[in-house]
Design a protein around this ligand. Structure first.
Ligand SMILES: NC(=O)c1ccc[n+]([C@@H]2O[C@H](COP(=O)([O-])OP(=O)(O)OC[C@H]3O[C@@H](n4cnc5c(N)ncnc54)[C@H](O)[C@@H]3O)[C@@H](O)[C@H]2O)c1
Length: 354
């Protein structure tokens, strides 16, 4: 007999404890999510964007999703992006994620999810860097970040956990303060030489692995010649590259229908050329060996960010916290659960409906 599950609240501190040092497990969970998605074992409708006419730089996005297989869970991430928060000294993104029981549909947990979101994004970037590098037979020695925020920091951590080490790490950001602070973090975290670049051109031409993690709303990198050395580009912020750059590259996405929407660079490119033939396929196609990136062209990975990744990582966190015995269950969260309004005593006695 199915039963109403208990309901728990999982704090950011608990999420952090469950994920810190577990980067390899998170990368494995994200790879599993991509493979389940590729195999049709997920439901991942379009993200829903709530935008504000009086505040165009901000948005809140709903990402509902469902994963079958042994994960077996439904849910939704509700993530706000308010870039002006950064100037006030706290992160741009804030989020919660609700997990729903696959059998009854009941929500059984709400988790702080900015950390889950950053972790799954960084894990997908690291997974792509490994898969694309292995398929091309190249190993980057010079890493570069365009955009020096929280996502850049997580990506650096996950690349290290995935086994990358670099001789040089470059940073470029519109804000000198952000670039300098991130460079200082990088110097504390690893031994490679760290350089702050004045321009995106200097950063890109000096890097074999380029990470875009800006909050640019429209393309600011237009010249394909900057990519003539054929780097791997992790285009996480999705709107940095002009259609000319996209068309000059071999493009891989997480999900074609998702990624060619919402004014992303691949979406602008589709609008320019009228078809999708510039997209070689998905990361799952690369992982399964169905497509292979060339070594003699730039390779651009543009992940729209699938809700199924958040779900799989959130379920992993929930299971870890539950196993530790620290689950913060909210007693009596579900109330009025008898169809006929009977008390517990009346139900136990098998009556009370007359
Ligand atoms: N694809 C995905 O799955 C996914 C998931 C999470 C976040 N993201 C994206 O990652 C990006 C970064 O997120 P964050 O939390 O690190 O943001 P953040 O605000 O902490 O940092 C962004 C940084 O980019 C800099 N910047 C803005 N425009 C720039 C430009 N044109 N050139 C260089 N630097 C520029 C800002 O000064 C800031 O330091 C966001 O666009 C976010 O939407 C993508």
């Amino acid at each position: 007999m199915p039963q109403i599950p208990s309901f728990a609240v999982v704090s950011g501190a608990q999420v952090h404890s469950a994920l810190a040092g577990q980067e390899k497990s998170v990368i494995a969970a994200v790879e599993k999510a991509y493979r389940l998605h590729g195999a049709g074992e997920t439901v991942n409708p379009d993200s829903y964007f709530l935008r504000f006419p009086d505040r165009p730089s901000s948005r809140i996005i709903a990402l509902p999703a469902s994963v079958s297989g042994d994960v077996g869970v439904h849910g939704i991430k509700w993530i706000a992006s308010f870039p002006e928060n950064v100037a006030a000294g706290f992160p741009r993104a804030s989020a919660v994620l609700v997990l729903n029981d696959a059998e009854t549909g009941y929500p059984f947990a709400v988790l702080e999810s900015s950390i889950i979101s950053a972790a799954r994004t960084a894990a997908s970037a690291a997974l792509a860097a490994v898969a694309l590098g292995e398929a091309r037979g190249t190993r980057p020695r010079r890493l570069g970040f365009v955009g020096a925020g929280l996502i850049a920091r997580y990506v650096h951590t996950y690349l290290a956990a995935a086994g990358f080490s670099f001789d040089e790490v470059g940073v470029q950001d519109l804000s000198a303060e952000h670039a300098t602070a991130f460079a200082a973090h990088l110097r504390r975290a690893q031994p490679a030489e760290v350089t702050v670049h004045e321009t995106a051109q200097a950063l890109i031409t000096g890097s074999d692995l380029v990470v875009f993690a800006t909050v640019a709303g429209e393309p600011h990198v237009h010249d394909p010649a900057w990519f003539a050395h054929n780097p791997v580009v992790l285009h996480l912020s999705l709107r940095d590259l002009s259609p000319e750059v996209i068309l000059s590259a071999w493009n891989v996405v997480d999900d074609v229908d998702h990624c060619l929407k919402a004014g992303t660079s691949p979406h602008l490119t589709e609008q320019r050329v009228g078809d999708r033939s510039f997209v070689a396929g998905t990361l799952d196609d690369v992982l399964a060996g169905r497509i292979s990136p060339p070594a003699d062209r730039p390779v651009v990975f543009s992940p729209f960010g699938l809700g199924v990744l958040d779900l799989v990582v959130a379920k992993h966190v929930y299971d870890e916290v539950a196993a530790s015995g620290e689950l913060g269950v909210v007693r009596d969260f579900f109330h009025d659960t008898d169809r006929y309004g009977r008390t517990l005593e009346e139900r136990a006695a098998g009556g009370g409906t007359r």
